[in-house]
Ligand binder design. Structure first.
Ligand code: SAH
Ligand code: AVI
Length: 327
């Protein structure tokens, strides 16, 4: 499989060490959420998408079911690139419609979860024999290198509200990288979870079966395996709450007691009882905050598609200076 930025295993290991050393030395200890997604983490996320409390995937699926046909018929893309594709389950609505429109030639799923991505690509090759399926392993926070190599026009999709897992500066950088990779006539398709009753949001991240807690703890399993750390998972607890001022979920792992964790090449990391590692943020949006994000990346929303209850939005965006009449 091709790597997006051509990084070796040794470079990835060095990056992990640096992220862990920096993140765990901050006053509020932090870990980047991309480290959730080894094979088990990707499977746990898939399980989350089927939980009764996790409304996001169902809401986005319903919108894609309704709108993929009309969008693809209007845009007639030759290529679909997907950032953080995962199992690409909902993407099939877009792929079906792209094939039906008769324009589609190529699908490029991009993800950090290499093994999982490989399996997704193998399944899609069986299901879509007329499409080229060219997965890219890599970090979507890095500049997107595909640029002019794509058949035109292309749609770059970023679904699942994964944009919310980036802080505002990171999200802006990512969208600027998307804009840099777009040519006139290309479109950006964003899926975003919308602001709503905080109780509904908090329930989605505190499910009754404890799958989200397992997903959260999985990052410690990754550090134990990849760095030889000795995190005792029974001494950390899942906590997720909605910050109403910042409009975001924060997910933490809370140390149950005073403890010292040994991480070779990083050192001994001390935790007081009740102290936490912030493992993920998940931002929630409204029309204005999405418009601001797009505008900072020199993009504008051509279409805002939402359900009757404004649970979730699909946004079709183009470059500010794009004079292409389609939308
Ligand atoms: N798009 C799918 C999956 C969302 S889960 C859906 O809507 O259901 C988030 C996905 O993004 C995971 O597959 C994870 O491996 C990937 N991911 C998270 N951070 C990433 C990063 N920095 N670079 C590349 N992929 C990332
Ligand atoms: C992938 N991402 C959009 C999910 C979210 O809702 O922020 C990850 C997740 N974390 C806990 N549950 C799901």
């Amino acid at each position: 499989m091709t790597s997006i930025a051509g990084r070796s295993d040794a470079e990835l290991h060095t990056e992990l060490l640096r992220d862990v050393a920096c993140g765990l030395s901050r006053p509020q200890k932090e870990l980047p959420p991309k480290y959730f997604y080894d094979r088990r983490g990707s499977e746990l996320f898939d399980e989350i998408t089927r939980l009764p409390e996790y409304y996001l995937t169902r809401a986005e699926r319903a919108l894609l079911d309704c709108w993929s046909g009309p969008l693809m018929a209007a845009l007639r893309p030759a290529a679909l690139v997907e950032l953080g594709a995962g199992s690409a389950d909902k993407t099939r609505f877009l792929l079906d419609a792209m094939v039906y429109a008769g324009s589609g030639a190529l699908y490029v799923p991009i993800d950090v979860s290499a093994e999982f991505l490989d399996e997704t690509a193998a399944r899609l090759r069986d299901e879509y024999p007329t499409l080229g399926i060219e997965p890219l392993v890599g970090d979507i926070a890095a500049p997107l290198g595909f640029g002019s190599a794509l058949p035109a026009p292309a749609i770059i999709a970023f679904l699942g509200s994964t944009i919310g897992n980036f802080d505002p500066a990171g999200a802006s950088r990512l969208l600027r990288n998307v804009a840099d990779a777009m040519r006139p006539g290309d479109r950006f398709l964003l899926g975003a979870d919308l602001r709503k009753d905080p109780r509904l949001i908090e329930r989605a991240y505190n499910d009754s079966q404890g799958v989200t807690a397992e997903f959260n703890l999985n990052v410690l399993r990754v550090l134990n395996r990849e760095l030889g750390a000795d995190f005792d998972l029974s001494r950390f607890e899942h906590r997720a709450f909605y910050d109403r001022a910042l409009h975001r979920i924060e997910m933490h792992l809370v140390s149950t007691d005073d403890q010292v964790v040994r991480i070779p090449s990083v050192g001994n990391v001390r935790f007081a009882g009740g102290e936490s590692i912030r493992t993920e943020i998940s931002g929630k949006y409204d029309r204005e905050s999405i418009a601001r994000l797009l505008s900072a990346a020199n993009m504008r929303a051509d279409r805002w598609i939402t359900d009757a209850a404004s649970t979730y939005a699909l946004v079709v965006a183009s470059l500010d200076h794009d004079v292409d009449p389609r939308s």
